[in-house]
Design a binder for this molecule. Structure first.
Ligand SMILES: *[C@@H]1O[C@H](CO)[C@@H](O)[C@H](O)[C@H]1NC(C)=O
Ligand SMILES: *[C@@H]1O[C@H](CO)[C@@H](O)[C@H](O)[C@H]1NC(C)=O
Ligand SMILES: *[C@@H]1O[C@H](CO)[C@@H](O)[C@H](O)[C@H]1NC(C)=O
Ligand SMILES: *[C@@H]1O[C@H](CO)[C@@H](O)[C@H](O)[C@H]1NC(C)=O
Ligand SMILES: *[C@@H]1O[C@H](CO)[C@@H](O)[C@H](O)[C@H]1NC(C)=O
Ligand SMILES: *[C@@H]1O[C@H](CO)[C@@H](O)[C@H](O)[C@H]1NC(C)=O
Length: 489
């Protein structure tokens, strides 16, 4: 046995800056969010991709000695507060790692639901979860297609049952257990999701499922769990991977195998479970995610900021070729209702998750949403595009007219549904410019024919008919997104 120390990055104290919430992400490669923690919490380096706000000043994990495996762990630290790099070269993977695919009974279209984390963090309980389930009915979310009520981290006690080795729901938070919540959620016609971690502990320090996959999958099945978000904190050293591809095949990396073990354990249960891989966009997960789960996170945690929305759109766009039925790049939970996003930015947030076919898990106290926000997240036509059962791939960028300016993220997207062709336009530019596209430039519309434009947000046909060579122009509010269906006349 040996110990692997985690390195503590003390945050630069600044009372004027917003600070990351307890157990929130505060750093890592590609991270654009907050890098300091609230008082008495410190930003702790976990790996090159993830630093996290923890309460402990110094944390130590013990990694089991590897058997049948050759491990070389190299660690470098930096005194400047930049993330340290831990690289590990591991050879000799478990010979018989399972190759069971995820269930094809669930997860064909991206999940629609709610998750407790962005609203409540660790401060969750049965009442809050059941309130969200009840609001799915009263606010029209269930009628719009929202199904999953997902409990995130911090639901159990910190130790497993010493006899059965099962994870034990915290009785003060969940007096009727998770099965009691599931029964009530199912009675409403909804589905229940739970959270665990492919390591020795969850990000908030509760029991992880690595090495306990069969017990936990059986327990979740017995409780009536329909969805599992599977996180990537607290990985024992002998299970880690180098930041570089191993023979270019990340499906056979230790990281993928940690997830494959849970896929197989879930498949051995009666109840189909939608399996959400949360490896924060590492290990080329888009190349192997569909063989292991139904969706894979593309980045670190979301934040309610325009910079997060624009950066994750660009990330998602670069991997859309891997998205189709049962295979969804996950742009992370919705922030509508949180922070200071303008209503136009909230509309773009929703439209982008829709057109790129990310899972949409609402992440706020639903009782605080106003009627404008509810209208956005229950928009029938946008949700129909997202849940379309005939076309799997998401919308993709197109060039709207010859020599159109290139922006970041890209502004013009088109996609197919059972109905036909759709166009989405985001206004990201800092200069006032009317958004324009030529009909013949939209993939699939062709160079002849006559078209009209239907506004999906408003559910109305716009005036005017257009030849293929004609252009359509619209003034888009700052950071807003328009969504159109193109009628072929
Ligand atoms: C890491 O060590 C544990 C405990 O010995 C073992 O069960 C597991 O297979 C090892 N993982 C790898 C990838 O070798
Ligand atoms: C562990 O599980 C067993 C069997 O369900 C139960 O009888 C026992 O009370 C549990 N122990 C604890 C400490 O919860
Ligand atoms: C993912 O997309 C890349 C780039 O288009 C492609 O090379 C790769 O084969 C795709 N993998 C899967 C599993 O779709
Ligand atoms: C929202 O704005 C307020 C006031 O400017 C600020 O204190 C707060 O940190 C902002 N919230 C986020 C999430 O950016
Ligand atoms: C709802 O809140 C947004 C800000 O998040 C605001 O722009 C909008 O006007 C509000 N709608 C109503 C009906 O109050
Ligand atoms: C688009 O948004 C930008 C703000 O980023 C704004 O300056 C511009 O006027 C908007 N363009 C149009 C056509 O509304």
């Amino acid at each position: 046995m040996y110990s692997l120390s985690l390195f503590v990055l003390l945050a630069v104290a600044s009372r004027t800056l917003a600070q990351s919430q307890p157990f929130g992400q505060c750093g890592g490669q590609g991270w654009t969010g907050l890098t300091t923690c609230t008082d008495s919490w410190v930003c702790v380096f976990q790996n090159a991709y993830y630093s996290q706000c923890l309460q402990v000043a110094v944390s130590t994990t013990t990694a089991p000695t590897s058997t049948g495996t050759t491990s070389t762990i190299k660690t470098t630290t930096s005194s400047t507060g930049t993330a340290s790099t831990t690289s590990a070269t591991v050879t000799g993977f478990p010979a018989s790692a399972p190759t069971t695919p995820p269930s094809n009974l669930v997860g064909k279209t991206p999940a629609l639901g709610w998750n407790s984390w962005n609203a409540y963090g660790c401060n969750i309980n049965e009442a809050k979860v059941l309130a969200a389930a009840s609001q799915f009915g009263s606010l029209g979310l269930q009628a719009a297609g929202y199904q999953y009520i997902n409990i995130d981290d911090c639901w159990p006690l910190t130790t497993r049952n010493s006899t059965t080795k099962q994870i034990v729901p915290d009785p003060t938070k969940f007096p009727n257990g998770i099965s009691g919540v599931a029964t009530q959620v199912h009675a409403l016609g909804l589905k229940l999701g739970i959270y665990s971690d492919a390591g020795s502990a969850t990000c908030a320090g509760f029991p992880g499922s690595l090495g306990f996959e069969s017990i936990d999958a059986a327990t979740f099945n017995a409780w009536g769990v329909d969805y599992l978000k599977y996180d990537n904190c607290n990985i024992p050293a002998n299970w880690s991977d180098s930041a570089l591809p191993q023979n270019g095949d990340w499906y056979n990396s230790n990281s993928a195998i940690r997830y494959r073990q849970m896929t197989a354990a879930l498949a051995a249960q009666a109840r189909p479970v939608q399996f959400s891989l949360c490896l924060w966009g590492n290990y080329e997960v888009w190349d192997w995610g569909a063989r292991v789960g139904h969706s894979w996170r593309l980045s670190g945690d979301s934040t309610p900021t325009w910079s997060y929305i624009t950066s994750i759109i660009s990330t998602a766009v670069s991997h859309i070729s891997n998205d189709t039925f049962g295979a969804h790049g996950d742009m992370d939970m919705m922030e509508i209702g949180n922070g200071n996003l303008t209503i136009q930015e909230q509309r773009t947030h929703f439209a982008a998750w829709i057109m790129l076919k990310s899972p949409i898990l609402l992440g706020t106290d639903l009782s605080l949403l106003n009627s404008t926000q509810l209208a956005i997240i229950t928009n029938k036509e946008l949700l129909a595009f997202h849940q379309d059962l005939t076309v799997g791939p998401p919308a993709a960028p197109f060039t709207p007219f010859a020599s159109a300016p290139v922006t970041s993220p890209l502004e013009y997207y088109s996609g197919k549904s059972a109905k036909g062709t759709h166009v989405f336009i985001i206004n990201t530019s800092a200069t006032a410019a009317t958004k324009t596209f030529t009909f013949s430039a939209v993939p699939g519309l062709g160079t002849s024919g006559t078209f009209s434009v239907h506004d999906m947000w408003a559910g109305v046909d716009l005036a005017g008919t257009y030849a293929a060579s004609a252009s359509f122009s619209v003034t888009v509010a700052p950071h807003d997104t328009v969504a159109y269906f193109i009628n072929v006349l």
